[in-house]
Structures are given as structure tokens and as C-alpha cells.
Design a protein around this ligand. Structure first.
Ligand code: SDX
Length: 433
């Protein structure tokens, strides 16, 4: 039985249908609003607007719940692997052992990149940001693997596997070439995460020692980043896909969106913020006061979230990982101590409490990456590798929607009314008035 809400405009009353999600979330269906009323809605940043129906990821921001295909993030972080979670997100079900084995073979078979791509890497300025390189190289894959027929399921499966596998190789290549080091090729005997670490850190004079605890930490790190429903970069991927643009270009646009310091770029911004605190001996109190100052554009990086109005469940797991990874290496990180002090101070501050500002996934993630040896300017690339399965799942779901239309928001126009054209000779007089 469809539920309705009533909208009264002047003398008219309109009935608008209500859509209810599987977790009880309700939405007012405004599909015919303008046609019926002549009105549109106004919601910059889309904080109150659902762009799609989705069965991939469920979040409850008030209760700090996150589930991929119904499975709680805490369980997946504990029990699963990144390779398995990637399969779950993209295909909608947990793979059987046979499906895992086949997926691993495909990931291995597609792990190399075309040798001609090396010249692309060689010609980027040495100081190029790895996210700019990654976005460009993902787009370039289309030129090297042009045959993506939207209706050819196998073609899509190969393209998905190429992206999932090659993104690691390209990320590691950009790092090696930025250091002037020899590129390390993927190995058939290593797992998804171990291969990436080996491609990053193996050298001819010092072979990289694969440590299973480090591999496990990286796998959990990527599981925590794998999807997050309609975040800015996933919404971008859907937006670009709605024009029926090829998947490589959609993902390239997602990488570019993630790069921003308000989104995935925050993990790099957090470490730079904590580093500045240590170097300049800034107090947690000073930083929190600065973040609260409306006349200061500074925001506490790694804090706050559009959806979570409580502790980000991923941040909770990431914080525990920091202690475990640092203990593994029998080391400490002064930035972790600062981060914990900052969190404790902020969570006692009325402004942060009243604004529901808690640590998000980016607040502690950089500490884990530093412990593994990932350079700071690669942090957001690490986020992108983790988020790729989610972007692909969101793209696939939208492509499979029979009612998919091109995304084209409306606006409220506030510019000049009809204005006459003034010939150039008369304009100076006009301005001098
Ligand atoms: C990610 O969407 C996702 O799911 C993203 C993500 C994912 O997995 O895909 O979770 C990954 O991007 C996490 C967020 C990483 N970004 C940061 O850590 C940057 C710092 N955080 C903020 O800039 C902010 O909290 C956002 C961007 C995350 C959310 O912005 P909103 O929802 O638009 O909130 P807002 O900017 O309107 O802020 C609401 C209020 C404002 O104060 P008032 O004007 O209402 O008094 O909270 C304040 C803001 O000034 N505020 C902060 C703050 N974040 C919000 N004040 C100080 N420090 C902060 N970090």
C-alpha cells in the first residue's frame, strides 16, 4: 500500500508518493513534482536528496552503522579480505572458493600494464602528485584497451578486472618512477595486497620481505575504504556514467573527486596537520579553537562527516590498527600521540559535540600508512585503490537500472533579466556613467 505525503501550494493540495527503503528510511518521490506543481526543490550539496535506489552499502549515520551488501564492516574487517570484499561489492555475493580462485587468476593475468604506458609515467614532471598521475593513467587505459561494449557482459567483467588489478601496478609504477627507481613487475605467486607492497618496496639490492601481518593490515585498510554509498566520488562516477561514458573515464573522474582535501585528500591533510602540530609545538586547544573560528578557513582535517553524526565505525577500527601496526614494528609515532590527544580534547569541546564532529576514516588512516612505509603524497592513492571496487559497484548498479537517465540537476536562476546587447563603441560611455 503506497504511502503519500501532502504538499499544499496556494489552493492546491498535491499527493506525493513515499518510497521506503529496506532499513525503513523514507523518501518523498518528487519525480513528477515540477510537472504537477511547476516547482523544483533546492538542496545544494544534496544533503537531503536521494539520487538513486541502491542495494550496495547501508549507512546509519546516527548509529554509526556501515554494511557492505548487508554485512557489517566490523565483521568484514575481521573475517574477510580485500580481494573477497571487492568481489562481494562488484558481484553482490560472497564468492565460493572456486570463484575466488578464478578471480585471483584473472587479477594476476591482468596485472601488467601496456609497456607503452611507461613513457607516460616517464614524462610526468618528477614532482607531479600521484593522484593527478593516477587519474590520467586510468583514463589512458581506455586508449590501450578500447573495446568496452556496454552490452557485452564479459567485456565489462574483463574491464572491471583490468581496473582492479592494474590500479595497483600503476600506483606502484608512479611511486618507483618518482624516485628514479627500477619498476618492479607484479609476481604470479603473490596475493593482491602482497603484490602491491612488493611492487612498491622491492629493489634489486634489497629484496622486500613480505610480512603477513603487514599484508593483513593493508587488506583491512582497503576493506575499510571499499565503499561508502553516495559519497562525492561515487556520485561523480554515477554522474559521468549516466552520460554512458566509458568506465575508465568514470573512474578517472572519481579519482579526481577523491583528491580534494574535503574528501579522500583529507588523509594526507591530517598527517600534514599533525606534523605541523609536532614541529611547531601547537597545543590541541589552539588547534581546536582555530578550527572553531568562523573567520578562519581552517578545519580540523579528519573530523566531521556529512552522514556520520557519531564516531565513524571505520575510524574506530583504524585507531585500533594504529596501535597494532606500531606494536608490530616495535616503534611509536609521535603523530599518533598527538592525534589521540587532539581527539580527546575535541570530543570534550561543546562546539564539536554540538556539531556532532567526530573522527572520520581519514583521521587515523595516515598513521597506519606511515607505519607500512607509504609516503604521505601516496595516501590518497591508497584510498583510491581501496575505493575502486565501490566505484565499480556503483557504476554497474546504475548501468543496470532500466530507468537510468542522464544526471542533469536544475537550478534557481538569480541572474539579470532580459538585457539588451550594447555595441562595443557605446560600452565605455555606459561604464563611465
Ligand atoms: C571522506 O561522504 C563520504 O562518505 C566521504 C567518506 C567516504 O568514505 O567516501 O567518508 C570519506 O571524505 C571523509 C571526510 C574527510 N574530510 C575531512 O576530514 C575534511 C574536514 N571535514 C569537513 O570539511 C566536513 O566535516 C565534511 C566536508 C567532511 C562534511 O561537510 P558538511 O557535511 O558539508 O558539513 P559542513 O561543512 O556544512 O559543516 C557543518 C558545521 C559547520 O559549522 P556551522 O557553520 O554549522 O556552525 O560543522 C562545522 C562547519 O564549520 N565543521 C567543522 C568541521 N567539519 C564541519 N568545523 C571544524 N572542523 C571540521 N573538520
Amino acid at each position: 500500500m503506497t504511502e503519500y505525503v501532502k504538499l499544499v501550494i496556494g489552493e492546491e493540495t498535491y499527493k506525493l508518493p513515499v518510497i521506503e527503503g529496506s532499513e525503513g528510511e523514507k523518501a518523498i518521490d518528487i519525480l513528477k513534482l515540477r510537472q504537477k506543481t511547476g516547482y523544483i526543490t533546492f538542496d545544494p550539496g544534496y544533503a537531503n536528496t536521494g539520487s538513486c535506489k541502491s542495494a550496495i552499502t547501508f549507512m546509519n549515520g546516527e548509529r554509526g552503522i556501515l554494511r557492505y551488501r548487508g554485512i557489517p564492516i566490523e565483521v568484514l574487517a575481521e573475517e574477510s579480505s580485500f580481494r573477497e570484499v571487492a568481489y562481494l561489492l562488484v558481484n553482490g555475493v560472497l564468492p565460493t572458493q572456486k570463484e575466488i580462485n578464478r578471480f585471483s587468476v584473472l587479477l594476476n593475468d591482468h596485472s601488467l600494464v601496456h609497456e607503452d604506458m611507461r613513457t607516460f609515467f616517464e614524462n610526468f614532471p618528477r614532482m607531479s602528485h600521484p593522484m593527478g598521475i593516477l587519474s590520467s593513467m586510468v583514463n589512458a587505459l581506455r586508449s590501450f584497451y578500447p573495446y568496452l561494449h556496454q552490452d557485452a557482459e564479459e567485456e565489462i567483467n574483463i574491464t572491471v578486472t583490468r581496473l582492479l588489478s592494474k590500479i595497483r601496478t600503476m600506483a606502484a609504477m608512479s611511486y618507483k618512477m618518482s624516485r628514479g627507481h627500477k619498476v618492479v613487475y607484479p609476481r604470479p605467486d603473490l596475493s593482491y595486497c602482497a603484490n602491491f607492497l612488493n611492487m612498491m618496496f622491492d629493489t634489486p639490492v634489497r629484496p622486500y620481505e613480505i610480512d603477513k601481518e603487514v599484508v593483513r593490515a593493508l587488506s583491512v585498510f582497503w576493506v575499510l575504504h571499499a565503499d561508502h554509498e553516495q559519497n562525492a566520488s561515487a556520485a561523480t562516477v554515477r554522474n559521468v556514467g549516466s552520460a554512458r561514458t566509458n568506465l575508465y573515464a568514470c573512474i578517472s573522474a572519481g579519482v579526481s573527486t577523491l583528491w580534494g582535501p574535503l574528501h579522500g585528500g583529507a588523509n594526507q591533510a591530517v598527517i600534514e596537520m599533525l606534523d605541523a602540530v609536532v614541529k611547531n609545538d601547537i597545543s590541541a586547544k589552539h588547534l581546536v579553537e582555530k578550527a572553531k573560528d568562523k573567520n578562519d578557513p581552517f578545519r580540523l582535517a579528519g573530523f566531521g562527516h556529512r552522514i556520520y553524526k557519531t564516531y565513524d565505525p571505520r575510524a574506530r577500527i583504524m585507531k585500533q590498527m594504529c596501535d597494532a601496526v606500531l606494536e608490530k614494528f616495535q616503534t611509536s609515532d609521535p603523530l599518533l600521540d598527538v592525534a589521540k590527544e587532539l581527539e580527546e580534547f575535541a570530543l570534550q569541546d561543546d562546539y564539536f559535540v554540538s556539531h556532532h564532529l567526530y573522527p572520520n576514516v581519514d583521521f587515523y588512516s595516515g598513521i597506519v600508512l606511515r607505519a607500512i612505509g607509504i609516503p604521505t603524497n601516496m595516501f590518497t592513492v591508497m584510498f583510491a585503490i581501496g575505493r575502486l571496487p565501490g566505484w565499480i559497484a556503483q557504476w554497474k548498479e546504475s548501468m543496470e537500472d532500466p530507468n537510468l537517465r542522464i544526471s542533469r540537476p536544475r537550478q534557481v536562476y538569480i541572474g539579470p533579466k532580459e538585457t539588451e546587447y550594447i555595441p562595443v563603441g557605446e560600452r565605455e560611455m555606459n561604464i563611465d556613467k
